[in-house]
Write a protein that binds this ligand. Structure first.
Ligand code: SAH
Length: 188
C-alpha cells in the first residue's frame, strides 16, 4: 500500500498553481467546489479495503482521479463514477497519460452503484453521505468491504462496513471532512 502511494505522482492531480503544495498532507481544491483527498485519508481508506490483485473495485467520486490511481495500483479492475462530467473527463485524460489500463469511467450518480458490473470485492465512497446507501451494500460480494464517510454535511466519520456471517458490521475508522455526496441515496 505504501508502495502504491509512492508510485502515484500526486503533483499530476493538482491544479498548476497548487503544485508547491502537492505533497502536503492535506486536501486541496481541484475546481468545481471539489477537493483531492488528504493522503492520510487515502491511505487509511485504501488499507481498510484489504485489496488483492484480483479484486474488482467500485469508487464513487472520481474527482481528480488520485484515489482511483491508488486503487488501480492494488486491485485488478477499478470502476469509478463521477457526477461532474468535467472532472471525470480530466481524470480520464490524466490517468490515461499515466498509463493505467484497468480503470473504467462513468459519469452519473454513484449512490446507485454500477449494477451491471456488480458484485464488487470493495467499494470506496469519497464523498460524505448522510447514511450508507442500501444499493451499494447490495452490490458488495459476500466477503466485500465498503468504506464510506457517513455523518453530517460538513463532518463525517470514516466507516468500514463488511459482512460477518449474515450480519453487517460497521467499524469507525476516524473523523473526517469530505465534500457532500449528492444523489438519490445521498444529499439533495
Ligand atoms: N477521490 C477524489 C475525491 C474527490 S471529492 C480525489 O482524490 O480527487 C469527491 C467527488 O465526489 C467530487 O468530485 C464530487 O463531484 C463527487 N460526487 C459527489 N456526489 C457524487 C455522486 N452521487 N456520484 C458520483 N460522484 C459524486
Amino acid at each position: 500500500m505504501l508502495g502504491a502511494l509512492a508510485r502515484v505522482p500526486r503533483h499530476a492531480f493538482v491544479p498548476p498553481h497548487l503544485l508547491p503544495h502537492a505533497y502536503e498532507d492535506r486536501p486541496l481544491p481541484i475546481g468545481h467546489d471539489q477537493t483531492i483527498s488528504q493522503p492520510y485519508i487515502v491511505a487509511l481508506s485504501t488499507e481498510a479495503l484489504a485489496l488483492q490483485p484480483t479484486h474488482r473495485v467500485l469508487e464513487v467520486g472520481t474527482g481528480s482521479g488520485y484515489q482511483t490511481a491508488i486503487l488501480a495500483e492494488l486491485a485488478g479492475e477499478v470502476y469509478t463514477v463521477e457526477r461532474l462530467p468535467e472532472l471525470s473527463l480530466a481524470a480520464q485524460r490524466r490517468l490515461g497519460a499515466l498509463g493505467y489500463t484497468n480503470i473504467r469511467f462513468r459519469v452519473g450518480d454513484g449512490t446507485v452503484g454500477w449494477p451491471e458490473e456488480a458484485p464488487f470485492d470493495a467499494i470506496l465512497v469519497t464523498a460524505g453521505a448522510p447514511r450508507v446507501p442500501d444499493r451499494l451494500l447490495s452490490q458488495l460480494a459476500p466477503y466485500g468491504r465498503l468504506v464510506i464517510p457517513v455523518g453530517g454535511r460538513f463532518n463525517q466519520e470514516l466507516v468500514l462496513v463488511h459482512r460477518d456471517g449474515g450480519q453487517w458490521v460497521e467499524r469507525r475508522l476516524c473523523p473526517c471532512t469530505f465534500v457532500p455526496l449528492i444523489g438519490e441515496e445521498g444529499w439533495t
